[in-house]
Design a protein around this ligand. Structure first.
Ligand code: ATR
Length: 277
């Protein structure tokens, strides 16, 4: 039987997944082989044939394939259908199962880094309405937040997301932040703002509840301007690297039959690899 698994993308050179899974294989003493494969869109059908023939246990899917592979899977988990993207494939008896572990990764990271972050489960603010926002919105809804505000530069995009996903979602422009913040106990950034030194203009974190938790799914840099400002104001912050680590857990367990742990040592390994870039 095969011991091979993969991450597919195009390009794939910057993926941290081989380091994460390689670390777990070594730690757990499993003779597995996790490879980064550069697969062009036209070559996806061949990869799926290989999966069905048992050449791989499964693998991760990254850009630009996360949406395209949904249609190629034999069975798609409900959360992946709702998110509209598959990031994990598992081959079972000739069939390819697709799922999305971002929802799990997002929640597990917060549970580990900020226990009780969801204790109030009332009002959450989500910045951004792009592809990355979908998993976060569904995760917050599933955790029982009773009001989830989607703030986006383009209001129409936030509105269409709020209409499409079933839940307590309301769409706004960023300018609404000042009015909404005093009742919010949770804030997450899902936009690319924070990368390359960019920052928000209309987001005054001092208006949030004093016990609010602030997180960012951007992890380059690890401490985004949003997180730095939140920390300076005494708010609890959680960086986005943990989501990357936690979302890898369910795939590894499905392929290799052992549940790996997200430890400080693993985090340090990935942080060091990012510094070397
Ligand atoms: P992803 O799939 O990574 O979420 P995306 O679908 O392109 O990427 O979405 C990017 C998000 O970041 C969107 O919410 C986008 O806002 P718009 O819908 O108005 O485009 C937001 N975003 C990106 N750059 C931005 C900027 N400079 N200012 C404000 N919002 C920005």
């Amino acid at each position: 039987m095969t011991t091979k698994s993969f991450v597919i993308g195009h390009p794939i050179a910057h993926s941290k997944s081989p380091l994460i899974h390689g670390y777990w294989l070594e730690q757990l003493g499993i003779a597995g082989d996790y490879q980064a494969l550069d697969v062009a869109p036209a070559d996806l059908p061949t990869l799926f044939d290989d999966l069905r023939r048992g050449e791989y246990l499964g693998g991760n899917v990254t850009l630009p394939h996360k949406e395209a592979v949904i249609k190629m899977c034999d069975i798609v988990a409900p959360e992946a259908v709702e998110i509209g993207a598959v990031n994990t494939l598992v081959a079972k008896q000739g069939a390819v199962h697709g799922t999305n572990t971002d929802l799990y990764g997002f929640l597990s990271n917060l549970d580990q880094q900020a226990p009780n972050w969801d204790r109030e489960s009332e009002t959450a603010i989500v910045l951004g309405a792009g592809g990355a926002a979908r998993a976060i919105l569904i995760a917050l809804r599933n955790r029982g937040f009773s009001q989830i505000h989607i703030l986006n530069r383009t209001l129409e995009r936030a509105q269409s997301l709020a209409n499409e996903l079933k839940g307590p979602f309301q769409a706004h422009r960023f300018e609404a932040f000042a009015d909404l913040a005093p009742s919010a106990s949770f804030l997450v950034n899902t936009t690319s703002i924070g990368m390359h030194g960019t920052k928000f203009d209309d987001v005054d974190l001092g208006l949030l509840k004093s016990d609010a938790v602030v997180t960012d799914i951007v992890y380059t840099p690890m401490i985004t301007p949003l997180l730095a400002t939140a920390s300076a104001r005494g708010l609890k912050t959680v960086d986005g690297l943990g989501m990357l680590l936690h979302q890898a857990v369910p795939g590894f367990e499905a392929w290799y039959g052992k549940r790996p742990e997200v430890t400080l040592k693993l985090r340090q390994l990935i942080e060091t690899a990012m510094e070397d870039k």
